[in-house]
Design a binder for this molecule. Structure first.
Ligand code: PXG
Length: 462
C-alpha cells in the first residue's frame, strides 16, 4: 500500500469515527457527515496541516486565539513543568498556587488602570456568565436590588452558556434554546458600512451610541445594571466603531450609573496593537472579560478583571463569594499563560503589531479593495474584514440565500488559506508573529479566491 493510500485510509477512518460519535459546534451534523470532516493533524508557526498532507496558512489564529503562533516548545515545557510540580490544586478553601497568584499580578500590571483584581474561569462564555453574576451581586451589595437588566448589542457574540448566549445579539443563537432569558435587552450596534448610509461615520457613531441612552431612559436607569460590549465586534462581523462611539457610550454609562462590561475575549493580548482594545479606544471598563489570547489557546483559561469600584466592594463584603469552578486558577493553565505573556513581552509582539506588521498587514489587505467583489476593507492591528458585495458603487449586498461568504471560504480552504466568513464578510485575524511575506501570501491567496468566487457567480474578476 502506498503512503498516500495509507494516509487517505487514515482520514477515512477518522471521518467515520467522527461521523458516528462526534457532534460539532455550530455545525449541521447530517451535512457534515455526508461530506466528511476535515482533520487537522499538526501546526507550526502560522501554518496548519490536514490529514491528507495539505498545508494551510491560518489567517484566523485558530479561533482568534493563537496569538504567539503554533509550535511553541516553551509553552509545552511550561505545562510539563507545572504538571510535574503541581498538576492540580484548587483556589477554594483559602488556598492558591504560585502560578495563579503570579498571573493575577501580571494581568493587573498590563490591564487598563484600576482593573487589578482577577477572577478565573475556563472559557470566554464562563467569564461572561461570571461577569454578569458579579454585576448582579455588586448592585445587591449596594442595596440597589432593582438594577438587574443587562443591555448588550445586536450582532454581539459573547458565548453560548445560558447567560452569555442571552447577552449575544446574534438572533439565530436563540430559538433552539428558548433564549434570551428575561432581563436581557438589545440596542442597535455600530456598523457603519451596513447601516450608516450617507451619514458621516462620527455622526453615525454618536447617533447609534444615543440608542443606548434612549433605551436606558425607556427602561428606567434604576432598573439597568450593565451595558456589555466588545471594543470591536468580532464574530458578529468584525465591525469597528468610529472614534466618536466609545466616548459617548462611556458618558452615557456614567450619567445613568450603568456598569460598563467590556468583553475583550478577541481584542485582548495585542490583537489591536495595544495590550487591550480598551487601550486602543480609551475605554475605562468597570469589569472586563478575557480569554483566548491569554494562553494563546494552548490551555483553556479565561479571566474577569474587576475595576476599583467593584473590586473594593467585593474585597470588603463581609460574606463568602458563592461562586467558583473546580478549575478556577488551574496551575497548568496559569503557568502556560504566564509563559505566553512572557513571550509576548520578550518578542515585543504588541509593539510589533502597532508599529510594524499591523500597518504592513493593513496596507496589504487594503490593496484588495480594487477587486470588483470587494465593497469595503476595514481593519485595525491584526484584524481585517473584507465585505463581498453585489454592487460596490451602490453598496448592495448579495441575497443571503446565495451564501457568497461560504462559497468564498470553501475556495480559501481548497487553496491553502483559512479565512473566516461571517455572512458575506471575509475575516482575518492571523497570529501576531506573522511575517511580511506571510501577509503577502494571505493577500495573494485571498485575491485568487475572490477571483474563483466571482467566476462561480458568473461575475467579472477585473
Ligand atoms: N466573547 C467573545 C467576544 C468571543 O469572541 C466568547 C466570548 C466566548 O468564548 P468561548 O471560549 O466560550 O468560546 C467569544 C468566542 C467564530 C468564533 O467563529 C468565535 C468565538 C468562538 C467560536 C467561534 O468567529 N468567540
Amino acid at each position: 500500500m502506498s503512503s498516500t493510500t495509507a494516509t487517505h485510509n487514515l482520514t477515512k477512518h477518522w471521518q467515520e469515527l467522527d461521523a458516528r460519535h462526534h457532534i460539532h459546534p455550530f455545525t449541521e451534523t447530517q451535512a457534515l457527515n455526508k461530506k466528511g470532516v476535515r482533520v487537522i493533524v499538526k501546526a507550526d508557526g502560522v501554518y496548519l496541516w490536514d490529514s491528507e498532507g495539505n498545508r494551510l496558512i491560518d489567517g484566523m489564529s485558530g479561533l482568534w486565539c493563537v496569538n504567539v503562533g503554533y509550535g511553541r516548545a516553551e509553552l509545552a515545557e511550561a505545562a510539563a513543568q507545572a504538571m510535574r510540580q503541581l498538576p492540580y490544586y484548587n483556589a477554594f478553601f483559602q488556598t492558591t498556587n504560585p502560578y495563579a497568584t503570579e498571573l493575577a499580578a501580571k494581568l493587573a500590571s498590563i490591564l487598563p488602570e484600576g482593573l487589578d483584581r482577577i477572577v478565573y474561569a475556563n472559557s470566554g462564555s464562563e467569564a461572561n456568565d461570571t461577569a454578569l453574576k458579579f454585576i448582579r451581586y455588586y448592585w445587591n451589595l449596594q442595596g440597589k436590588k432593582d438594577k438587574k437588566i443587562h443591555i448588550s448589542r445586536e450582532y454581539a457574540y459573547h458565548g453560548v452558556t445560558m447567560a452569555a448566549a442571552s447577552l449575544s445579539g446574534l438572533t439565530p443563537m436563540h430559538p433552539q434554546f428558548d433564549l434570551p432569558l428575561p432581563g436581557f435587552v438589545k440596542v442597535p450596534t455600530v456598523y457603519w458600512y451596513g447601516f450608516g448610509g450617507d451619514q458621516d461615520p462620527d455622526a453615525y457613531g454618536i447617533s447609534v451610541a444615543r440608542k443606548l441612552e434612549e433605551k436606558i431612559l425607556e427602561l428606567g436607569p434604576d432598573k439597568v445594571a450593565s451595558f456589555s460590549a466588545e471594543p470591536i465586534h468580532g464574530a458578529g462581523g468584525l465591525m469597528f466603531p468610529p472614534d466618536s462611539y466609545w466616548p459617548e457610550i462611556q458618558r452615557i454609562c456614567r450619567k445613568y450609573d450603568v456598569l460598563l462590561h467590556v468583553d475583550e475575549v478577541i481584542t485582548g493580548f495585542g490583537r489591536t496593537g495595544r495590550w487591550f482594545g480598551s487601550h486602543t479606544y480609551g475605554i475605562a471598563p468597570d469589569i472586563m472579560s478575557m480569554a483566548k489570547g491569554i494562553s494563546s489557546g494552548y490551555q483553556p483559561i479565561s479571566a474577569v478583571a474587576l475595576g476599583k469600584r467593584m473590586g473594593d466592594a467585593f474585597a470588603t463584603a463581609n460574606e463568602e463569594l458563592v461562586h467558583g469552578f473546580t478549575w478556577s486558577g488551574h496551575p497548568v493553565a496559569c503557568a502556560v499563560s504566564l509563559k505566553n505573556l512572557e513571550i509576548i513581552e520578550r518578542e515585543r509582539l504588541v509593539e510589533r503589531v502597532h508599529d510594524d506588521i499591523g500597518p504592513y498587514f493593513q496596507k496589504a489587505v487594503a490593496s484588495l479593495a480594487d477587486h470588483p467583489l470587494v465593497g469595503e476593507v476595514r481593519g485595525k492591528g491584526l484584524l481585517a474584514a473584507i465585505e463581498l458585495v453585489k454592487d460596490k458603487s451602490q453598496r448592495t449586498f448579495f441575497d443571503r440565500q446565495i451564501d457568497v461568504g461560504t462559497m468564498c471560504r470553501n475556495h480559501c480552504f481548497s487553496n491553502g488559506l483559512v479565512m473566516r466568513a461571517i455572512r458575506d464578510t471575509m475575516v482575518l485575524s492571523p497570529p501576531l508573529i506573522l511575517t511580511r511575506e506571510q501577509a503577502d501570501e494571505i493577500v495573494r491567496l485571498a485575491r485568487y479566491c475572490f477571483d474563483q468566487t466571482a467566476k462561480q457567480l458568473g461575475l467579472p474578476t477585473k
